[in-house]
Design a protein around this ligand. Structure first.
Ligand code: NAD
Length: 557
């Protein structure tokens, strides 16, 4: 796709390759549907193929919304939006960007979870690339089949830990597709620069293996050296075919997520959103909450429910923030504690996974989360264990007894896995909880007060980080970039947001927030000498100029 189609008007006459007639209407990146002008219809062989009225994009948006709101179930709405994306990309993004609160829970959590569970059953048309265990030795040539040479961001999953839903195999493709749609909607990364990849190395999910409509490889998962070799070949191929492309790892299970990130973070521009993106959005939520409690970071003790990727990533970044305030690293680590399925993670425990060790402190064993709250007296509890109901009434009441304003983050996804609901957190704390969630909860009225809980949504962070990194061709994605992203995100929260219980800005501001994060990330890239370009005179304008806008381009001048 020639560069000029990245959002600008086409200069001069249309090139030979430009599709005409039905082929144009079937190309989602060029199609405008009923909005083709009379002259375009004339010149491009569309006359008679469309109803006579020339719609404005606003009219088309109204039509989509009317249809969308008529549909009953979230899954049907997901399918509807997917078909729109396959038909008319600009209209799809305009609808999403103008209605983020309504649309994002459908294209991403929680609905994308249901969509992934049903993927083989609702499948309509291909999107993204499948790199499978059968492609060993051919991955680079497979990547060359992708029709666009200027992919800048790849989101890849191996489908082993999709949200809190476990191994969904190749059905996990919904995740890279959804995340990349968010890159475009939230940070204006051009759709042509986004490449979703399913790293299909099989599944151990028996019901999928037996499902006649399952679309993935019907074999058990590759493990060990075979897995590592294919991953190495894939990552080498990404850099060979799309030099400098940013790779975002998404929804890998623990045992691969940490290893893969560790192995490649210093070799190519890559990051793991479940570990690093989650960490940054959560740190931002904590910084916002501390604006309310008026207490410094160094007074905080964090207790996690869960000790996986999210917990470890968040704890590492909280520790970095404490260290940045002057605390010794060892002391900072003792401010973060974790409870997993075997109780409090303590030093003496046998067979402790590598990633939990930095948070295994000296302490007698404690079995339950409630007992851990009593014993450690945390200021904040952070739920990332996908155990619904784990923040029980007793837990919230105890937190409220120990703290004037307890920080309660129920981050597990989808909604069915949340540790508690927003209503429970507010009701059981007498309205004192500083609450954030992983999946969205509606605003609610309680004892005459209106609460507007907001999602600790990674979409506040990763699109801006990615945009900033690719805008300056950063050769690595560093922890410093996530730290600055968290601080910028917290700064964008208004006092009026905090007053209604919102620890994050409104989603309607996400593009503005992403642009600010992108600039800050680009500055870190220059400061850490990782940028691949000369620093532009006006970095803000440079980043802004690369953002996609979903308005139609005139094809005939
Ligand atoms: P993970 O599989 O790496 O970790 C899950 C952890 O939960 C493991 O340590 C496991 O031991 C622990 N666990 C399991 N059963 C438990 C029990 N009964 N009691 C206590 N702990 C238990 O997964 P992850 O990537 O860390 O994600 C966990 C959850 O967090 C998921 O639901 C995911 O969707 C959610 N998440 C939310 C956000 C966000 O809101 N921004 C971001 C990332 C992940």
């Amino acid at each position: 796709m020639p560069q000029q189609l990245l959002g600008e008007a086409l200069p001069g006459p249309l090139p030979e390759w430009f599709p005409r007639g039905m082929a144009l209407l079937r190309d989602p990146s060029l199609n405008k549907g009923s909005a083709f002008t009379a002259r375009e219809r004339d010149v491009l062989g569309l006359s008679g193929l469309l109803p006579p009225h020339v719609s404005t994009q606003e009219e088309q948006v109204a039509r989509v919304l009317e249809n969308f709101r008529r549909v009953d179930t979230p899954l049907e709405r997901f399918i509807m939006l997917q078909s729109l994306q396959d038909r008319n990309e600009a209209l799809f993004y305009r609808v999403i960007m103008e209605n983020p609160d309504e649309m994002m829970p459908v294209i991403y959590t929680p609905t994308v979870g249901v969509a992934c569970q049903q993927y083989g059953h609702i499948y309509r048309s291909p999107r993204g690339l499948y790199v499978s265990a059968e492609n060993r030795g051919q991955v680079a040539s497979l990547l060359r089949n992708w029709p666009y040479r200027d992919a800048r961001i790849i989101v890849v999953t191996d489908g082993e830990r999709i949200l809190g839903l476990g191994d969904l195999g190749a059905n996990g493709m919904g995740i890279p597709i959804g995340k990349l749609a968010l890159y475009t909607a939230c940070a204006g990364v051009h759709p042509r620069r986004c490449l979703p990849v399913m790293f299909d190395i099989g599944t151990n999910n028996e019901s999928l293996l037996e499902d006649p409509l399952y679309l993935g490889l019907r074999r058990r998962r590759l493990t060990g050296a075979e897995y590592d070799e294919l991953m190495a070949e894939f990552l080498d191929a990404t850099q060979e075919v799309f030099p400098g492309v940013l790779v975002q790892f998404e929804d890998f299970a623990n045992h691969n997520a940490f290893r893969v990130l560790q192995a490649y973070r210093d070799c190519c521009p890559c990051f793991n959103d479940d570990i690093q993106g989650t960490a940054a959005v959560t740190l931002a939520g904590v910084l916002s909450a501390l604006r309310v409690t008026n207490r410094p970071m160094r007074d905080q003790t964090f207790l996690f429910l869960g000790a996986g990727e999210a917990a470890t990533g968040i704890a590492d970044l909280l520790v970095s923030a404490l260290v940045a305030e002057g605390m010794e690293e060892a002391a900072a680590r003792r401010r973060a504690w974790m409870v997993d399925s075997r109780g409090l993670v303590v030093r003496g425990r046998l067979a402790l996974a590598e990633h939990k060790r930095p948070y295994a402190h000296e302490h007698p064993p404690v079995d339950s989360f409630l007992e851990a709250v009593e014993a450690l007296r945390p200021t904040a509890i952070i739920g990332v264990g996908a155990v619904p109901g784990a923040f029980s009434r007793e837990v919230i009441e105890t937190m409220t007894r120990l703290n004037d304003r307890p920080i309660v983050f129920a981050l597990s996804n989808p909604t069915s896995r949340a540790e508690c609901t927003a209503e429970q957190a507010y009701a059981w704390s007498g309205g004192q909880a500083l609450f954030a969630s992983g999946s969205p909860f509606d605003p609610l009225d309680l004892d005459g007060r209106r609460f507007v809980p907001r999602q600790g949504n990674n979409s506040y962070i990763f699109p801006g980080v990615g945009l900033g990194a690719v805008a300056v061709q950063a050769s690595r994605v560093t922890d410093g970039m996530f730290m600055v992203a968290a601080r910028v995100l917290a700064e964008t929260v208004h006092d009026a947001d905090l007053a209604q219980g919102s620890l994050f800005p409104a989603l309607s501001r996400v593009r503005e927030v992403s642009a600010r994060i992108a600039v800050a990330v680009a500055e870190v890239a220059f400061a850490e000498e990782l940028a691949g370009i000369e620093c532009p005179a006006d970095l803000g304008a440079w980043v802004e100029a690369q953002m996609y806008h979903p308005e139609y381009v005139s094809y005939v001048g």
